[in-house]
Design a protein around this ligand. Sequence first.
Ligand SMILES: [Cu+2]
Length: 167
Amino acid sequence: MYPDFTFSFLFFYTQFFKFIIMKTRILFAVVLFTTVFSLQSMAQRSEEIKVWGNCGMCKKTIEAAALKAGASKASWNEETKMLAVTYKAKKTGLQQIQESVAASGYDTQDVTAPDEVYNKLHGCCQYDRKVVATQAKADCCKDGNCEKDKSCCKEGKCEKDKSCCKS
Ligand SMILES: [Cu+2]
């Protein structure tokens, strides 16, 4: 009776420990995996930027510009005109990416491409440009009572001396 008991006790005991160790290992692995995974996804940001453009050639240029600015992934959708980017916040930012895209000739939601670069784009790529705040321009002189003559408005603002508003 006695040896039997010892044996079964020891057996139970070692099995129990094996079980605990196994559980601990699994738990450790799970914690490690989730930590690494969440840290990685925290460091990587994914966002969408509106970028004006036309065709597959535009797509290549837009995506290349985004990657050049430091994005790790860039995909522009011809239909929706949305550029999906993934990037590390330490490495680059939305502004930086948009500036690079605009410098390659494509208007983005916050940055407008220089006219001379746009004019050099291939004919099929000369998309209908982003309309820049026409409403703001029309209302620029409202408080100065010169809505009738918009010629005084430069880039959405009344000229400094408001000469146009004095008539
Ligand atoms: Cu194009």
